[in-house]
Design a protein around this ligand. Structure first.
Ligand code: DHB
Ligand code: FE
Length: 297
């Protein structure tokens, strides 16, 4: 059976791609951020996951404001990137694993998450940057991916509780997949930032620390925030934390924090990296019904 070994939360700022292309990882501006990945690299080298299920938000490469699915999931054998206009090189493609994607889609719909299923999907910087950070070596990335996008862009947005419950449903689905795969989950974006309007440049260190601390052992507490309250605290784009909530929801076992890095600023963003381990427990995974009762979305 497939096994969820852990999760990574990471910022996805596009200019990281330019820094990688220009080899600036050791520059004084960039090194406090890139150094935060050494521990992740050691863990990945040790654990060697087969698959990464990646929760992120699309920034206009697939879905624009005219058509915005709340939740969409890729079921393709390959995911290409295209020029998004950030001035960074177009990324290599990521390989997909359609049979696992379809298994997760079936389970999500059975759990009443009516997702948009995408047999073609482009991946933007919210996936390519985290992939390049986790696996910086040349050549194909050593994992297959299942991309799951959550709308963090066009209101009304799903609640934090809903994103967390989506993750729980994905976690149960992965663990019910019959192939012996080591699966990691990834949540990208955040932490606090706001790119436009009168609060452009807004960052909230205390709130970011609260979110990271609470995410590990008490994620349901964060799930209690309304979207407007969360945005008040984290900035308009800080709500990308929805992707981290889904990542955490998918960790179905005993969760412990192995590593964290937090650095201000990377571009307009408080940049964070977290590595969480998911140890197997004897407890049976919750049924769909009991997880819906856990927190009302
Ligand atoms: C930046 C942050 C983002 O989350 C994003 O999607 C694009 C740009 C930034 O801080 O520059
Ligand atoms: Fe973003």
């Amino acid at each position: 059976m497939a096994r969820i070994i852990g999760g990574v939360g990471t910022t996805h700022v596009p200019s990281i791609g330019k820094a990688i292309a220009d080899g600036k990882q050791k520059d004084p501006y960039w090194s406090p951020f890139f150094n935060g990945f050494h521990e992740v690299h050691r863990w990945l080298a040790r654990e060697k996951p087969d698959v990464a299920v990646v929760f992120s938000n699309d920034h206009g490469l697939n879905f624009f404001l005219d058509k915005m699915p709340t939740f969409a999931i890729g079921a393709a054998s390959e995911y290409r990137n295209e020029d998004e206009g950030w001035g960074i090189p177009v990324s290599k493609s990521a390989a997909g694993i359609p049979n696992l994607s379809w298994h997760i889609i079936e389970a999500l719909v059975a759990d009443e998450f009516d997702v948009t299923m995408c047999q073609e999907m482009l991946v933007d910087h919210a996936i390519t940057i985290p992939m390049s950070l986790m696996w910086p070596a040349e050549g194909a990335w050593p994992v297959k991916i299942v991309p799951i996008t959550i709308n963090t862009v066009q209101h009304p947005l799903p609640s934090l509780a809903r994103a967390y419950n989506l993750g729980r449903s994905v976690g149960r689905a992965i663990e019910g997949f019959e192939e012996d795969l080591k699966v990691m989950v990834v949540g990208t974006g955040g932490l606090s930032h706001q790119l436009d309007g009168p609060r452009a440049g807004f960052i909230n260190k205390e709130f970011d620390r609260y979110c990271m601390d609470t995410l590990v052992h008490d994620p349901e507490k964060i799930a209690g925030f309304s979207v407007p309250d969360f945005i008040e605290n984290a900035g308009a784009q800080g709500i990308e934390f929805l992707n981290w909530m889904a990542m955490r929801g998918a960790l179905t076992g005993k969760v412990s924090e192995l590593h964290r890095n937090y650095h201000i600023p990377i571009s307009n963003t408080a940049a964070a990296t977290m590595l969480l381990e998911n140890a197997e427990t004897d407890e049976k995974p919750a049924t769909a019904e009991s997880s819906r009762e856990l927190i009302s979305a």
